[in-house]
Design a binder for this molecule. Structure first.
Ligand code: CA2
Length: 150
């Protein structure tokens, strides 16, 4: 059975590519998803990609991941910096979690430099734009042992 990675995106990430290109680049979430689907195939993984503006929906999806997915990639948007509910849900999973941010949150406002998600994630990639999602997939392929050596 192919291992499936659930990729969760939080509030306002549906607006990527429409404003603030100096912070978030010009990729849209759709182009990032397409790149992830392509990269996942080469890594022996499947990907399910989702976005929501609702905190409760994000929590529901993390709970779903406990039973139905083999790993999680999370860009929780602004909930990264505020949501104890999301942290509790992430801590209740026993699958690998990688946190991704498009921007370098450590170079930004002080309130963006704290991440609740980081307390549950095995690792975090930030500041590399949309490629960060693909790098997280590559790390998970190593972690899950799905890479087929030539
Ligand atoms: O850098 C990231 O990936 C963030 O998770 C993006 C979140 C932000 O709240 C986090 O601090 C860091 C916000 C994404 C909003 O993206 C927009 C893009 C274009 C126009 C409006 C919003």
């Amino acid at each position: 059975m192919t291992a499936t990675v659930l990729v969760l995106n939080g509030p306002n990430l549906n607006l990527l590519g429409t404003r603030e290109p100096e912070i978030y680049g010009s990729d849209t979430l759709e182009t990032i998803e397409a790149a992830c689907q392509k990269r996942a195939k080469g890594l022996g993984l499947a990907v399910e990609f989702r976005q929501t503006n609702n905190e409760g929906e994000l929590v529901d999806w993390v709970q779903e991941a406990r039973t139905d997915y083999q790993a999680l990639i999370v860009n929780a948007g602004a909930y990264t910096h505020t949501s104890v509910a999301l942290l509790d849900a992430l801590l209740a999973t026993n699958i690998p979690i990688i946190e991704v941010h498009i921007s370098n949150i450590h170079q930004r406002d002080e309130f963006r430099q704290q991440s609740y998600v980081s307390k549950a994630a095995e690792g975090m990639i930030c500041g590399l734009g949309g490629i960060g999602y693909e790098l997280a997939l590559e790390a998970l392929a190593h972690r899950l042992g799905t890479i087929k050596e030539a």
